[in-house]
Ligand binder design. Structure first.
Ligand code: DGP
Length: 114
């Protein structure tokens, strides 16, 4: 989608190192990390948010779980734990309207979130 920053990253119009990639998604570090490890998992297809996911996106969702498993091990946060967040809409704090899964680790995180 034109003017979508994550579409531009997916299409390599904005140079970004991919930590992980498969047919349906890419993962890259958050530009404004909130934890020592903070990366985003982003569908290659433009999907605005969690509620826009369709049945046909199931391969993407299973890929998200695979990417989380592989990257948390690779980046060494699997044993101490980590958090997966999908901010959705204004109250959820979503600022980029292209679905993304935040994965944060490397420090203790309190609850409830702010
Ligand atoms: P959210 O607030 O949940 O929509 O999170 C959007 C995140 O995207 C935010 O933590 C910062 C990150 N971000 C925004 N623009 C860029 C970018 O150009 N590159 C990278 N790597 N991350 C970005």
């Amino acid at each position: 989608m034109a003017d979508c920053i994550f579409c531009k990253i997916v299409q390599k119009q904005i140079p970004t190192e991919f930590l992980y990639e498969d047919d349906n998604l890419v993962a890259f570090r958050d530009i404004n990390p909130q934890a020592p490890v903070h990366f985003l998992i982003v569908p290659k297809k433009h999907i605005a948010n969690l509620l826009e996911l369709k049945g046909e996106d199931f391969p993407f969702l299973s890929g998200v779980l695979k990417a989380i498993g592989e990257l948390t091990h690779k980046l060494g946060i699997h044993e101490a734990g980590f958090r997966v967040v999908v901010n959705t809409g204004d109250n959820g704090g979503q600022t980029v309207p292209h679905l993304h899964f935040h994965v944060l680790g490397g420090r203790f995180m309190g609850w409830p979130p702010g």
